[in-house]
Design a protein. Structure first.
Length: 131
């Protein structure tokens, strides 16, 4: 499974904690992350992450391209709807692409936990077999 990880500045710590909580599940998958988020995940976990550009430099657009090409199975974009900054990635284009391609998208910590819990459960019962 290929999973993209993105987080607005104020939620990067939540992303790190999420990755720590689900580290055993996430290590079985190909992870992609925008530059700053991915660098923090790598520094704080033992996960291998393919780094894309940071959000302001087009990392969110790289994720969008992967979604459009059906190269991702899940997107976790922890967004701050109240205080996001102009330099941070915009969710609207990614949301539309995920809807068009039927790619699951978690936009907050609760939905991300539910999705990653489900990913772990389908691995346990054999519905997902990593290569």
């Amino acid at each position: 499974m290929k999973i993209a990880l993105i987080a607005h500045d104020k939620l990067k710590n939540q992303m790190i904690e999420l990755c720590k909580q689900f580290e055993d599940t996430l290590r079985l998958h190909e992870l992609y992350a925008t530059g700053t988020t991915g660098t923090l995940i790598i520094a704080n976990t033992s996960l291998k992450v393919t780094l894309l550009k940071s959000g302001p430099l087009g990392g969110d657009q790289q994720v969008g391209s992967m979604i459009a090409d059906n190269l991702l199975d899940l997107v976790i974009f922890l967004r701050d709807p109240l205080t996001s900054q102009p330099h941070e990635p915009d969710i609207s284009a990614l949301l539309r692409l995920c809807d068009v391609t039927k790619t699951p998208l978690a936009t907050n910590i609760s939905s991300a936990r539910i999705m990653l819990h489900y990913v772990g459960e389908i691995e346990k019962i054999g519905l997902y077999n990593p290569k």
